[in-house]
Design a protein around this ligand. Structure first.
Ligand code: SF4
Ligand code: SF4
Length: 99
């Protein structure tokens, strides 16, 4: 029987920071995303992915991201929005745990 694979973060914190800094804000990743149900801006998403409080629409988006990867191919500068979203999901979990 196959052992279940552990869930791994795709990238480290410094790598996520590098990706966020390299983002040109073109919005292509969000246009390709099947899980985004309300308008959010890339600026806000990028900012809240890394630090500060997480607003309700961004939290909702983080929860609805199911790591399909559809946001990766359209990025003109080769970034990984799926990995950034996983980072945001982890931040969200920590926020809940820490109250
Ligand atoms: S990985 Fe998440 S953010 Fe990217 S397209 Fe899929 S649901 Fe959307
Ligand atoms: S597609 Fe890439 S460069 Fe454009 S907003 Fe998304 S992550 Fe940033």
């Amino acid at each position: 029987m196959l052992k279940p694979k552990p869930v791994l973060l795709h990238k480290t914190g410094p790598q996520i920071m590098q990706e966020l800094q390299a983002c040109i804000g073109c919005n292509e990743c969000l246009l390709a995303c099947p899980a985004l149900a309300e308008p959010i801006t890339i600026d806000r998403l990028n900012h809240e992915t890394l630090s500060g409080s997480i607003s309700t629409p961004i939290a909702r988006f983080a929860r609805s991201c199911y790591q399909c990867g559809a946001c990766v191919a359209p990025c003109p500068v080769g970034l990984h929005r799926d990995a950034m979203m996983m980072w945001l999901k982890m931040r969200l979990l920590h926020t809940v745990w820490e109250g």
